[in-house]
Design a protein around this ligand. Structure first.
Ligand code: NAP
Length: 333
């Protein structure tokens, strides 16, 4: 079966996902596209021979498609995902699931009323071999009991970043990785702020240090530095009672010369996580073909956005904020 996909939102990652669905993901075809910018939709739609539709609603309701990819701006996610659930369409939505925890809860409620999962959220780190290896090690008990987790998330430049946006759009990747790797919820969050980098946009607190405590007592730090100047650098280390597991984010190649060693640095997230995006969309297409949603769920999308909201509220005071969540519904057990 070839899954006929409609793509909503054709900016940076939408265009990338169209290309990977066409060339690197088996069993899928992009048959319809739409974007609020009609000239962008026309250019990409014509280049891949897809129907160009005017609105997300028209695309979701079209008989030409089996499933939907939502890569529009975060503000437009909730409306598109809710339309997909109403039309009973499987949907892959880029992270974050929606802009607010309340919008995420609306999606969880609609999916529960439908009775089965239709939504996969784009937390692609779960599909990165390095993160998957740490997960396997933790699940096998090879590290003993997890105690601490250290994370680094640096971008080269982010001229349009905001202080809250760094948490809602960037640290949210680590929030999901923490919950997934440790299989625990996050019970409190705190942000500590050093002096801002002279390269941060005016008024933006960059870098930031977020501290999380999980329900199992693991203490987690996340350094987020969006204007590091030198490259894209994502690292993670879990410290257990009998060992540690780490991902070094610099890259694969190491050069050594007399008295020194050097290694490559990724320029951006597209080169670092390209293979993970491929695996993530392949897993989604396979799950649509099998008729059973897998991967990060609406619940994961809600939990991550809920934690991000509390973390943002610590920005003003740098105090610890307790995180309150609804009980996990049985659909997401
Ligand atoms: P972008 O380049 O701004 O692209 C978003 C596109 O959606 C733009 O073409 C925008 O048009 C269009 N759009 C906005 N509202 C729409 C609507 N109601 N219907 C149809 N199209 C609409 O942003 P991006 O960087 O690709 O990010 C898109 C989403 O992916 C965001 O939620 C972001 O957080 C997520 N993302 C995830 C990752 C990851 O690592 N998983 C990486 C990057 C981005 P206009 O420009 O005219 O507004």
């Amino acid at each position: 079966m070839t899954v006929r996909v409609g793509v909503i939102g054709l900016g940076l990652i939408g265009a990338d996902h169209v290309a990977r669905l066409r060339s690197r993901v088996a069993g899928a075809d992009v048959v319809a596209v739409c974007d609020i910018d009609s000239s962008r939709a026309k250019a990409i739609g014509e280049s891949v021979g897809a129907l160009v539709l005017s609105t997300a609603t028209e695309l979701v309701r079209s008989d030409a498609i089996d499933a939907v990819v939502v890569t529009s701006a975060t503000t437009a996610h909730a409306e598109a995902v809710l339309a997909c659930i109403t039309a009973k369409r499987p949907v892959f939505v880029e992270k974050p699931l929606a802009q607010t925890a309340q919008e995420c809860l609306d999606i969880v409620s609609a999916e529960m009323a439908h009775g089965e999962r239709l939504v996969q959220v784009g937390f692609m780190r779960r599909f990165d071999p390095g993160y998957a290896a740490i997960k396997a090690s933790l699940d096998a008990g090879e590290l003993g009991v997890p105690l601490l987790m250290h994370n680094i998330h640096r971008n080269r430049t982010a001229p349009t970043a905001t202080s809250a946006g760094l948490i809602r759009e960037s640290v949210i990747h680590e929030i999901d990785a923490i919950r997934w790797l440790l299989a625990q919820e996050i019970q409190s969050a705190q942000v500590a702020l050093p002096r801002p980098s002279p390269h941060a946009p005016q008024g933006v607190r960059d870098p930031q240090l977020a501290l999380f405590r999980t329900t199992g007592g693991v203490l987690v730090d996340v350094e987020c530095f969006a204007n590091s100047q030198y490259g894209y650098d994502v690292r993670c280390e879990v410290v257990g009672s009998t060992g540690t597991a780490a991902i070094d984010g610099h890259g694969d190649a190491i050069w050594t010369r007399v008295g020194s060693a050097s290694r490559s640095v990724h320029r951006d997230w597209r080169s670092r996580f390209g293979p993970a995006y491929d695996r993530e969309l392949q897993a989604w297409v396979d799950s649509v073909a099998a008729g059973e949603a897998t991967g990060p769920s609406s619940w994961d999308g809600y939990a991550a956005t809920r934690v991000a909201e509390s973390t943002v509220s610590s920005l003003a005071t740098e105090r610890i904020v307790a995180i309150e969540m609804i009980e996990r519904p049985a659909l997401y057990a």
